[in-house]
Structures are given as structure tokens and as C-alpha cells.
Design a protein around this ligand. Structure first.
Ligand SMILES: NC(=O)C1=CN([C@@H]2O[C@H](COP(=O)(O)OP(=O)(O)OC[C@H]3O[C@@H](n4cnc5c(N)ncnc54)[C@H](O)[C@@H]3O)[C@@H](O)[C@H]2O)C=CC1
Ligand SMILES: CC(=O)C(=O)O
Length: 311
């Protein structure tokens, strides 16, 4: 499978590195406005190939993306310390308008995998600018928040994050919703598992974990300027689900017809991801607070859709 990555700063290059190590693609083409940067990352990552899987990693121009099954979009600016993701909207929507215009004649049949923030609204922007069906325009959404949630719950309860079955839904951002009511350790509800193992999972502890998940990006950005390893691995995971037609359930963002009464809104739900992109969504049972929070998250995103048209 050929994968193109447009925007090869920290996120794009980390995704390429994760894909090379995991054998996600047979060919990876890196495109950036800064051609020297793309070329340097391509060389550096290709030097890991003897220790990894068979893959060609090279820098190129838009024309070199022809035949790509997936194009990852990680171009634009990131948050400065303390800045919200939503504050990036105008700047990154303008970048995406140009990028999508250049991509469409070259890769009309590709699936687009969006990472740039605010990722839900950038997913909406790509759908608008490209005219593609929602199923083929996939934002990484809360795949990273869900991973952070599973790590923290797993640490607290003493089990592997992969054995924590729990999701963060809604915006990849400040209004996201960590769903505790249906979270499971293996096939046991979290609170029952905590009681069985003599651990506590109080309301305060749950709030502390939810806050840590919501604030993880701010914490990391204040320490090292940006976040990239987690999302790099998350993008590789989504690409793998597409490449192997896994029909895996992943929390990713697409434009959704109706979420709690809000129409045509891009946000994350657990969705089935395979060769055709997103083919279905799951509607988990939520308690009343979670349902209200998801509606608020949908409203927050929907209120900013008009800014896409001005970009
Ligand atoms: N979805 C998620 O979970 C995450 C999203 N992000 C987002 O990913 C985006 C990228 O972040 P970083 O890689 O850290 O930023 P970065 O500044 O390291 O890289 C951005 C790259 O985009 C390139 N670029 C800008 N305009 C371009 C254009 N018109 N055409 C081609 N390339 C262009 C720049 O030259 C630069 O290399 C940001 O919006 C950031 O907020 C970051 C972490 C997690
Ligand atoms: C930057 C960002 O979106 C994150 O790390 O969640």
C-alpha cells in the first residue's frame, strides 16, 4: 500500500516513522512546503528500514502521490503553550484549502486521514473542499484521547491499556467526553473490577483521570513544544485498519448526520474502519451526563463550521 503524507513536521514524520516500523505501507511519500525538511526526514526514516519492514520512504511533490491509497494531512501550525486547538482554525483551514486543491487531481480515489488541528473542523473542511463522501474523509479525532484514557485507567487499575475497553467521544479538544458508564476491564465493568481487586475508583479519581486526558496535550506542549509520538502511532493504526480491511472499531472523526440533535457535525464516535474507510458508527449507551456533554461538544464544533467557508 502506498501512503502519502502532506506536512512532514513533527506529526507527519512521526507517523511515517511509526508506519515504517510497523510495516503499514510498502511505499511512503513525504510532501512538505519545506522540501528540504521532507527530504531530510525521508532519508532519516529510510535509515531505520534495515531494522524494520520492507518499505520505500522518499520525499516528493504532489505528483508523486499518484496511486496513494491513503493521504495523511498533517500540514499547518500547531498550538503554542496555552493555546487551544480551536484557535488554529482560520490558519489551518486556509492551508487546507490550498493543499486539497492540489491533491484532488492527483489522488481522486484516495482516503484522506486528517491530523491537523482542530482536527474535527479540519475533517469538515476537507469534506467541503474535496466534495468526497464522509466515509473517505477521516479525522484522527479522539483516537489519541482514547489511548490516553486507556493508559491512565490501565495504570490505576494495574492492567494493560489494551485490556481497557473505554472510549473518549466528541471533539478532540476541550469539550471531549470520557465515557465511564460503559467502560470495561476485559469483560467486567470498571467499578466491579476495581472492587474485585481491592482498588478504588471514586468520583474524584474518575474526574482526575478525565482531566488528565483532556489536558494531556497542554501538559506535553508546555514541556517539549508539541506532541507527536502518540498521534504518529495512532495514524499508523488507522492506516493499518484501512490497509488490511480490518473493520476495526476505532474512535475517529467523520462528518455525522446527527449527534444528539445536532446535524452534519464532525466528531468522534466509535466507528468501523476498513478498506472503504468508515462504513458504520456505533452508538454506545451513555448516561444522562455523558449524553448532555456529547451534545455540548457537538454544539461547540457546529458553531465554528461557518469559519470554514471564510477560509
Ligand atoms: N490530531 C491530533 O491528535 C494531533 C494533531 N496535531 C496537529 O498536527 C498539526 C501538525 O503539527 P506538527 O507536526 O507538530 O507541526 P510542525 O510545525 O512540526 O509541522 C507542520 C508542517 O506543515 C508544513 N506546511 C505548512 N503549510 C504547508 C502547506 N501549505 N503545504 C505543505 N506543507 C505545509 C510545514 O512546513 C511544517 O513542516 C498541528 O495542527 C497540530 O496541532 C498535533 C498532535 C496531535
Ligand atoms: C496536540 C494535540 O492535539 C494532542 O496532543 O492531543
Amino acid at each position: 500500500m502506498k501512503i502519502g503524507i502532506v506536512g512532514t513536521g513533527m506529526v507527519g514524520s512521526s507517523a511515517a516513522f511509526a508506519m515504517a516500523l510497523r510495516g503499514t505501507a510498502s511505499e511512503i511519500v513525504l510532501v512538505d512546503r519545506n522540501a528540504d525538511l521532507a527530504s531530510a526526514h525521508a532519508q532519516d526514516i529510510s535509515h531505520a528500514v534495515p531494522f524494520a519492514r520492507a518499505v520505500t520512504v522518499r520525499a516528493g511533490d504532489y505528483a508523486d502521490l499518484a496511486g496513494a491509497r491513503i493521504v495523511v494531512l498533517a500540514a499547518g501550525v500547531g498550538q503554542k503553550p496555552g493555546e487551544t486547538r480551536l484557535a488554529l482554525l482560520g490558519r489551518n483551514a486556509a492551508v487546507f484549502r490550498q493543499v486539497v486543491e492540489q491533491l484532488m487531481p492527483v489522488v481522486p480515489d484516495a482516503l484522506f486521514l486528517i491530523a491537523s488541528n482542530p482536527v474535527d473542523l479540519m475533517t469538515y473542511a476537507v469534506r467541503r473542499f474535496s466534495g468526497l463522501p464522509a466515509s473517505r474523509v477521516i479525522g484522527s479525532g479522539t483516537i489519541l484521547d482514547t489511548a490516553r484514557f486507556r493508559v491512565l485507567v490501565g495504570e490505576h487499575l494495574g492492567i494493560a491499556p489494551r485490556s481497557v475497553h473505554a472510549y473518549v467521544l466528541g471533539e478532540h479538544g476541550d469539550s471531549e467526553v470520557a465515557v465511564w458508564s460503559s467502560a470495561m476491564a476485559g469483560n467486567v465493568p470498571l467499578e466491579a473490577f476495581a472492587a474485585q481487586t481491592g482498588r478504588t475508583l471514586t468520583a474524584d479519581k474518575r474526574a482526575e483521570i478525565s482531566d488528565a486526558v483532556r489536558n494531556a496535550a497542554y501538559t506535553i506542549i508546555s514541556g517539549k513544544g508539541s506532541t507527536y509520538y502518540g498521534i504518529g502511532a495512532g495514524l499508523a493504526r488507522i492506516a493499518e485498519a484501512i490497509g488490511a480491511d480490518e473493520r476495526a472499531v476505532l474512535s475517529v472523526s467523520t462528518v455525522t448526520a446527527d449527534v444528539e440533535g445536532i446535524e452534519d457535525v464532525p466528531l468522534s464516535l466509535p466507528r468501523i474502519v476498513g478498506a472503504e474507510g468508515v462504513t458504520a458508527e456505533l452508538r454506545p449507551d451513555l448516561d444522562a451526563d455523558e449524553r448532555a456533554a456529547l451534545r455540548k461538544s457537538a454544539e461547540t464544533i457546529a458553531a465554528l463550521k461557518p469559519a470554514i467557508d471564510e477560509a
